[in-house]
Design a protein around this ligand. Sequence first.
Ligand code: NOJ
Ligand code: MG
Length: 533
Amino acid sequence: MGRMADVNDPIRSDWWRHAVVYQVYVRSFADSDGDGIGDLPGITARLPHLADLGVDALWITPFYTSPQHDHGYDVADYEDVDPLFGTLADADDLIARAHELGLRVVVDLVPNHTSNEHEWFRAALAAGPGSPERARYLFRDSPEGKPAGTPPNNWSSVFGGPAWTQVDDGQWYLHLFDSSQPDLDWRNPEVPAMFEGVLRFWLDRGVDGFRVDVAHGLFKEASLRDQVVEPGGTPVSGAGEMVERKVTDEPMWDQPEVHEVYRSWHRILDEAGPDRMAVAEAWTQTVESMAAFVRPDELDQTFNFAWLLADWSAESFSEVITSTLASVESIDAAPTWVLSNHDVMRHVTRYGGGAQGLARARAATLTMLALPGSSYLYQGEELGLEQVDVAPEDRQDPSYLRTGEVGRDGCRVPIPWGGTEAPYAFGPGTAQPWIPQPADWAPLTVEAQAADPSSTMAFYRDALRIRRDFAWTAGEDVTMLDAGDDVVAFTRGPVTVVLNCGTTPVELPEGELLLASGPVDGTLPPDTAAWLH
Ligand code: NOJ
Ligand code: MG
C-alpha cells in the first residue's frame, strides 16, 4: 500500500530507523470536550505542536473501549474507540491530519491480556470450568492436595499481590497485572487469530505501526510451575516498570514460543506495505534477549530500557551505548533510546530534580539524540516537566490501589498548554483535569516556552532540527573516545558528542559547536552535553 507522495519527503519505507517518536499519553495530552480527560480530537487539534517540534511520528497509548482500570491497557474491544476518547471517525481524522503534517502514527496493541469486560472474558465466566470459552485464558484449579483457597502457583502480579484471582466456582485465572486484566492463553489458536484480525483492522485504517505492550509476556512456561525463589524470598514478577529486576527465574516471561507470533506479524505488516513497523515493549533481562525480538523476520524495534535505567555516570552511559550497539549490529536492527515514559519517573526528577535535574535531563537527551537509531520522547519532557507528587486521594494507578505504594500517576499529569493557572488550557474553560496540575506550572506551558528562545522546548526544537540534517547521513558507526572517567565522548560520522557527568568543567573538543544543552564558554560545564561538527 503506497503512501501519498507528500507525506514524507524523501519517502523512506524504513522511516522508523532514525525516527524521533513522541509518545502521547491520551488521557493527559489535550482535552477537546471539557470533561477533564484528554481525547482523540484533542490530539488532532494539537498536532501542529508536534510538527513544529520536529518529531517524525507519534505513538498514542490505548484509546480503545475500556473500563479504564489500567487507563486503557485493559481493552474490552480492540476494534473500537472508547467514548471517553471519541469515535472511530475521530481516529480516522487524527491519522489523516497527522499524515498531512508529515507525521507517522503508531498505535498501542495490548495482546498479553484483555479487560475483564471483554466479551471473551464475560463468556468465559458464564461458561464454566472446562469450557472452550475458559480455554482462551489461563483458568486453573487449586493444586491437588493443597488446602482450598491455594492459588495454582506462587506467581505475583507486577502491580503487587497474587497473580491469581478466584471466581465463584472455585477456579482461578491468571493476571500478571491487575485482576481486571486476565492473561490470554496464546497456545490457543483462537488468540493469535484474533490479534491478526486486530492488526489488519488498524493497518487498513492507515496506521503506520504498533507499539506492542508486554511483548515478552504472551507465553508462560506451559506447566505454569512455581517460580523458584531463594529461601525466605518472595516471588516477584518485575516486568521492569514497577520493580527493580532481582529475579533470575522467570517462567512467566520471555518464552521462546513468542517469537513465532512476531514472525507472523512481520508477514502481516509486510503485506500492508513496506513502511509499516512494530516496536516491542520487552523488559527482558539482557540486551541479547532483547535483540531476539528484532531479528530480521520479527519486529522492527524494541525499547532499550537499559538507557533509561543507567545511573548518572559516564561509565554507565558509555557501557549502555557500547552494549546496545553491539547487540543490534549482528542482526542489522536499528537501536532505540528512551529516557521517560508513562511508567517511569520523569528523567528530570530521576536525575535529582530542580535546576541540576533539568540540566542533566537536557544533557542526557542531547546525547541520546545524537545516537544512531530512533529516540522515543514522552509528552511533557520537551517542557522539562518534573514528576508530580500526586496527593493520595488523587492517585489512580492500579498498582497504587493494590499496594499503597506511590505508583505512576506523577508522570501522567495533564500537559500545560497555556494560561497562568490550572487547567493551563489543557481543555476548554475551567474544567479541571483528571489529575490536578501543580500551581507553579505557568512558566512551563507550551505558550510560555514558545516565547522564550532559552526554554527547554526551544532546546528540543533546535536539537531535532539539527538532528534532521545528519540522522540519515552520519552513518550508524559510533566511535567511543577517551575523554576521562567523567565524560561520555563519541563521534558519529562528522558529529562529535561530549557529555560531562563530572563535577568540574572539561575541555571542549575541536570543532564548530552545533548545540549545547546549557551555557558553554570555551569549556564544557558539569551536567552539560554538546554536539560539535
Ligand atoms: C506496560 C504499559 O506501558 C503499562 O502502562 C501497563 O500498565 C502494562 N504494560 C500492562 O498493560
Ligand atoms: Mg475529553
